[in-house]
Design a protein around this ligand. Structure first.
Ligand SMILES: [Ca+2]
Ligand SMILES: [Ca+2]
Ligand SMILES: [Ca+2]
Length: 180
């Protein structure tokens, strides 16, 4: 059962990263995703926040291509993605891949630069990756574990780590990217 949950989560993650829906993740998918966030939040493309988002996607791709062997055309299939994540779940490699993009996304979403993300800032970011507003608001409430109305970096990283490792169906981080 728990392995089913992990597989469902990894497949869900894959589908959101496969920006052009061709059944493979490529470096271009990750670049496009970063560009979409930057455009949606109307951040100037050359600002430090935008550069961090772009750099974090390059980093994500480099880590992913070590973790989930790309084919000869530089593409990671869904099976390779799921197998690579499953094989790395207990190592720091997934955290190393994911954390920089979360830090960059938090900074990008944090429009008033108070160091945390409120529900409106969160919802704006999430609609950019294709999560409907109502669902984004629900996700925010689950991830805001201390219920102070804002999401700080620790809460966000904890949820991401749970997403990639938790086999407990009640772990809040399971829903960081919407219902799985
Ligand atoms: Ca693709
Ligand atoms: Ca803020
Ligand atoms: Ca909080």
């Amino acid at each position: 059962m728990s392995e089913d949950l992990l597989r469902r989560k990894f497949e869900h993650r894959f589908n959101l990263l496969d920006t052009d829906h061709d059944g493979y993740i490529t470096e271009a998918d990750l670049t496009a995703l970063g560009d979409r966030l930057i455009a949606h939040l109307q951040e100037p493309p050359t600002s430090p926040k935008s550069r961090s988002v772009a750099d974090s996607r390059t980093h994500y791709w480099r880590c992913l291509s070590r973790l989930a062997a790309p084919d000869a055309d530089g593409r990671v299939s869904k099976d390779a993605f799921v197998a690579g994540l499953a094989a790395s779940a207990d190592s720091p490699r997934v955290r190393e891949m994911v954390h920089p993009s979360i830090k960059a996304d938090l900074a990008l979403a944090d429009r008033d630069d108070d160091g945390v993300v409120d529900i409106d800032e969160f919802t704006t970011l999430y609609t950019a990756i294709g999560v409907p507003t109502g669902q984004a608001r629900d996700i925010f409430r689950v991830l805001d574990r201390n219920g102070d109305g804002s999401l700080d970096l620790d809460e966000w990283l904890e949820a991401a780590d749970e997403f990639f490792t938790a086999t407990d169906s009640t772990a809040p981080g399971n829903h960081i990217l919407g219902r799985v």
